[in-house]
Design a protein around this ligand. Structure first.
Ligand code: GLN
Length: 519
C-alpha cells in the first residue's frame, strides 16, 4: 500500500474531513484507500472479516459526486466525502441487510433507515455492511451466521459483540467511522476490546427507524470511531427528532462537538465524577482495574472531583435484562416466519401446512442463541408467569433508574470499566451462555435506564485494550463527551499518540497466521 494511502487510512474522520476541505486529499482517493485496505486485511481464512458486504461501486460514485461538488464550490456537510461502515442490522436500500442471520440471507430492504437517509444527505460514502452476532445477540460476534470477525489486536481473539464488525473495521483502519447498535453494550464493549470509541446516545436521541429491532425499549443506534471528537461529529449528524420513531425525543441534538472540544482542552475543574461502587472489584481483571485506577488519577489531576456513589440495584440489572430483553426479542422476532419476513424453508416431508412452513423456516434459519432467547422470552411472558418474571424485572428497571437519579444528584458523570475483561480467545465462552452474558454487567444498566454511555480507550492490559466507560444523565450526552475527550487527551499525551498506534502490524500478522505461526 502506497504511503499516501497509509496516511489517509490512519487519519481520524475529523482530520480526513479537513484534508478533503483543504484539497490535499480527494474523496475518491479516501474511499479507494479504504477499499484497498479492506482488500488487504479483510478477506481470507485469517483476515479480519469485519465486512459482510463491500459496496465499492456506490461508495466511489458518492465520493466522485462530492469531489465534483467541492470543485464547484458547493456548500457541503463537514463530513461529506468521509467514508463510513454500517452495522448490518441497519437497513439500507440497494445493499443487502442480513442481521447476521441466515433468516435474511439475500434480503434487500425496500427503504433506508433514518440514519442512512441522513448519511446519504450529508454524502458520506458507505463502504459496506459489517458483521454482527445474529440479530445483535451476543458479546463476541461468534453468533454470526457468517463466520467470526477477528480482533485486529490479536487475530485469535474476539472483537466484542454484537457489533464486532464495526469496531474491528474502525480498529483495523478499514473505515474511519462506523455505525453500531447498543441494546446492552454492543457499541461500547466492542469499542473497549478493540481500542476504539463507542457511544450509546440517550434513548430516543437517535432514530431507531430502520434498525432491525432486537429489544425495542433498550435498542439505540450510535457511533463507532477512533476518537471522541469523531463520535461527537457523527452523533450530531445522526441525532435528532424523527416522526417515524414514536420514541424519538422531540428536542435538538445537544452540542456534542463543542463539549468534546472543551474536554480536549484538558480542564475538568468543577466536574464531579462518580465512581460506581458496585461496578468495580470482584470479577474485574487486575489489569482492567489498574487502568481504571490510573484514569481516575488523571481525571483528578485535570481538576475533576472524584466521589463514590452507590447504585445497589445494579446487582440485579443483568438478571432483569435477561428477562426484559428476551421478552421483547420473542415478540420482535415473531415476524420472521417465512411468510411475512424471512427466507422460507418448506418441510421436505409430511404435509405442507402454514404452521409447518413457519416452523421449518424458524428451525432452519435461527441460530441457537436466538432460539434460546425466543424460548426464554416466550416463557417469561406466558400467562401465569408474566407477573413473576417480566413484571418483577420491570420493577427492577424502575429501581435502577432511581439509583441513577440519586447518583446523578451527587455526580455530573459516572465512571466504570466498560468490560470486566480484555478480549478473550475464540471459543472461550461460546458454550457457556452465562459466562458470555457476564461481559455486559457494566454496560447493561445504561440501557435499562435509557441514559447515554461512551467507552474510550484506557490503555492496555497484557497487550490488549481496556475501555473506560462514562455515563451521563438522559439528555446530557454532552457531559460524557467532555469527560471522554479530556481522558483521551490526557492519555494520548502519555502514550505519545493514539492507542491504536501501538497495535500490531496486521498485514504481517495475517501473513504469519497463514503460515501457521498464529492460532
Ligand atoms: N451482549 C448483549 C446481549 O447479548 C448486548 C447485545 C446488544 O447490545 N445488542 O444481549
Amino acid at each position: 500500500m502506497g504511503s499516501k494511502n497509509l496516511d489517509i487510512i490512519r487519519m481520524s474522520a475529523a482530520e480526513l474531513a479537513a484534508a478533503l476541505q483543504a484539497g490535499t486529499v480527494t474523496s475518491v482517493e479516501a474511499v479507494q484507500a479504504h477499499l484497498d485496505r479492506i482488500a488487504a486485511v479483510d478477506p481470507g481464512e485469517n483476515g479480519v472479516h469485519a465486512y459482510l458486504h463491500v459496496n465499492a461501486e456506490e461508495a466511489l460514485a458518492v465520493a466522485a459526486e462530492v469531489d465534483a461538488l467541492r470543485a464547484a464550490d458547493e456548500t457541503l456537510h463537514p463530513l461529506a466525502g468521509v467514508p463510513i461502515a454500517i452495522k448490518d442490522l441497519i437497513v439500507t436500500k440497494g445493499q443487502p441487510t442480513t442481521a447476521g442471520s441466515k433468516m435474511l440471507e439475500g434480503w434487500m430492504s425496500p427503504y433506508d433507515a433514518t440514519v442512512i437517509e441522513k448519511i446519504r444527505e450529508a454524502k458520506l460514502p458507505m463502504l459496506g455492511k459489517t458483521n454482527l452476532d445474529e440479530f445483535a445477540m451476543g458479546s463476541s460476534t461468534e453468533h454470526s451466521a457468517y463466520g467470526n470477525t477477528r480482533n485486529p489486536w490479536d487475530l485469535g481473539r474476539i472483537p466484542g459483540g454484537s457489533g464486532g464488525g464495526s469496531a474491528a473495521a474502525v480498529a483495523a483502519f478499514e473505515a474511519p467511522l462506523a455505525l453500531g447498535t447498543d441494546t446492552g453494550g454492543s457499541i461500547r464493549q466492542p469499542g473497549a476490546v478493540t481500542g476504539t470509541v463507542g457511544s450509546k446516545p440517550t434513548y430516543g436521541g437517535v432514530s431507531r427507524y430502520g434498525a432491525i429491532a432486537m429489544a425495542s425499549s433498550l435498542d439505540q443506534i450510535g457511533p463507532v470511531t477512533r476518537t471522541v471528537m469523531d463520535a461527537a461529529l457523527l452523533h450530531e449528524l445522526i441525532g435528532g427528532h424523527d416522526p417515524k420513531d414514536s420514541t424519538s425525543l422531540n428536542e435538538p441534538v445537544p452540542a456534542l462537538v463543542a463539549a468534546a472540544e472543551q474536554g480536549a482542552a484538558g480542564d475538568l475543574s468543577g466536574m464531579r465524577i462518580g465512581v460506581i461502587r458496585e461496578l468495580q472489584g470482584e470479577g474485574y481483571e487486575p489489569g482492567v482495574q489498574q487502568r481504571f485506577d490510573e484514569a481516575l488519577e488523571l481525571l483528578r489531576g485535570a481538576g475533576a472531583s472524584i466521589v463514590e456513589v452507590s447504585c445497589p440495584n445494579l446487582q440485579y440489572a443483568l438478571a432483569a435484562y435477561y428477562l426484559i430483553m428476551p421478552s421483547e426479542v420473542s415478540s420482535n422476532l415473531a415476524k420472521f416466519d417465512g411468510v411475512r419476513y424471512g427466507k422460507r424453508v418448506v418441510p421436505t416431508e409430511g404435509p405442507v401446512t402454514i404452521e409447518r412452513v413457519m416452523g421449518s423456516t424458524r428451525a432452519a434459519n435461527f441460530g441457537d442463541e436466538v432460539k434460546r432467547r425466543i424460548i426464554l422470552g416466550t416463557y417469561a411472558l406466558s400467562a401465569g408467569y408474566y407477573d413473576a418474571y417480566y413484571g418483577s424485572a420491570q420493577k427492577v428497571r424502575t429501581l435502577i433508574q432511581r439509583d441513577f437519579d440519586a447518583a446523578f444528584a451527587e455526580a455530573d458523570v459516572l465512571i466504570s470499566p466498560t468490560s470486566p475483561t480484555v478480549a478473550f480467545e475464540f471459543g472461550a465462552k461460546s458454550d457457556d451462555p452465562l459466562a458470555m452474558y457476564l461481559n455486559d454487567v457494566a454496560t447493561i444498566p445504561a440501557n435499562m435506564a435509557g441514559i447515554p454511555g461512551i467507552s474510550v480507550p484506557g490503555g492496555l492490559s497484557e497487550g490488549l485494550p481496556v475501555g473506560i466507560q462514562f455515563l451521563a444523565p438522559a439528555h446530557e450526552d454532552a457531559r460524557m463527551y467532555r469527560a471522554g475527550a479530556a481522558l483521551e487527551a490526557l492519555l494520548e499525551k502519555q502514550w505519545g499518540g493514539p492507542l491504536l498506534a501501538q497495535a500490531p502490524d496486521i498485514e504481517a500478522a495475517i501473513a504469519a497466521a497463514g503460515q501457521g505461526e498464529v492460532a
